[in-house]
Design a protein around this ligand. Sequence first.
Ligand code: ADP
Ligand code: MG
Length: 595
Amino acid sequence: MQRPASVVKELLENAIDANSSFVKLIIKDAGKTLVQVVDDGFGMSVTDARLSFERHATSKIKSADDLFNISTKGFRGEALASIAAIAHVELKSKQEQEEIGTCLKIEGSEVVSQEVVVMPKGTSILVKNLFYNIPARRNFLKSNPVEIRHIIDEFHRVALAHPNVRFSMFHNGSEVFQLPDSNFRQRIVNIFGNKTNEKLVPVDESTEVVTMTGFVGKPEFAKKTRGEQFFFVNNRFIKSPYLNHAVSSAFEGLLKDGAHASYFLNLQVDPQSIDINIHPTKTEIKFEDEHTIYAILRSAIKHSLGQFNIAPVLDFEHNTNLDTPYQQHKMAATNPVVDVDRSYNPFSSEGTKNNMGVFQPKRENSEGWESLYVGLESKGGDVDARLNGEEFETDPEHISMFQNASQDTTAATYQLHRKYVISKIKSGMLVIDQHRAHKRILYEEFLKQITIKEGLSQQLLFPLILNFSVDEIKILTELKGQLEHTGFVFSKLEDETMEITGVPITASESEVSVILEQLINDVENEVPDSNFSQSDMLAKSLAKSLSIKTGQALTNMEQEHLVNSLFACKEPSITPENRLTFVTITVDELDKKFM
Ligand code: ADP
Ligand code: MG
């Protein structure tokens, strides 16, 4: 628990999980004195109530199968236990079939009283004096306006994800929100005001992989700050700089410089195809097939904008297969496994439209490939090889040449499913996760640059101007020194604007805004008292943004570089987040399988 808003999020989510139809949030002093959530859900028995404050006491996972089919918000049974450790908590709960309810008082994880109460069905949890026993943490809390802003953000997220549930919110005795149960559009309007209604353009797309519904804001209403941007995946709010990029790219050419589109988008996917446990605050998830989702999202939004006459329809062929930056349909089908554009990289320049409205590929700096290469060979690198690499990417003839070369049986590495690089070793083979391995490599590289302050910078032709909110600029200002060591050059950083004249050589201009958004996101989610070093966090965040992704085809040369650079690392076997970068499979193990 970092702040009152984190408590609010957990309590609201528990209320939703309890199948409530009305949820009330009561706040005093921006949550510093009181956070209370009252619901009319299915409640808890006496035993449930006592157990709910034990760590890992979740009622939500009954079998191992459930783990893969999580539809509830919580499932780790940690929230109430951690809240009870740092606050005074009073829980009242009654199940429908019971005559009376239970009231428990807990202080610093100890139950100090247990009584019976008369109350309607449902649960009320009252959290008083947050961090009363951790003064340092309490002092770390921001001013009331900032804390209440965070609380309202969490409230918005839960309320938007569940328009069929009635919500109300009170702060210091006055009503802040009163939201009747409604449909999604009405819920948005009830939260953001009547004027919002005319700004919404519906988005609707159904494919095998994902069903998308919701709205994007018309371009003329785009805002300077990234305020109203919401992704919900299976009714759970998530942050995704990657998907955000898909939306921005769908708006390409329609927004004024520095403006951000609003969106309220629901994605429904098979729960088995996502990993929501990747981040402790559970606002980040990992899709099995994020490239496809990116492409579908971008195409669906373009289609909507076109259909509602916001952008010329001519440009937007509503076929996700064609919606790639390359004209791959013109390429000879030399390789049966090419089902996705081999160099499809959403962070690359997306091409430009000529005056006929036809999509034409354009490579500004050959970002995807070059940044990988430079990342691996930061001390200058082999320019010729880089240029050749660029040609491989753009010229179909070179691609087929290259494919012949890759079939050379003497190759020391082999790429499997554009995800793993297989490398032969004496005892058998290494299976290297390309994304994780590259993250490790870049992480150590950035950490070194920040420490010895010698990151190489490439100068931009024109200064890049980006807009952020005041809070975000504050975060970036704190990290300015270290960012400069990685190669960033700032010519202005004030108010809500940032002007950049140089970027690290491992990054390209078009990636900068995603990198910085990811960084802000990472800083905001960092637990304040974990003794984190800012340099470490910065290096991790940059490595995460810039590392090659699953789905990216690698030439043999790139694969070998990856393997060599990985084993030149101090800790090659794990990512900065402590996950395995490779596994070994020995000949012995294979032999056993054949017995
Ligand atoms: P989790 O939500 O991950 O299971 P929590 O610590 O948030 O863990 O909650 C622990 C348990 O307390 C839940 O599994 C649930 O059984 C119970 N619980 C919490 N809040 C409520 C509520 N509002 N209504 C009914 N049961 C609740
Ligand atoms: Mg919970």
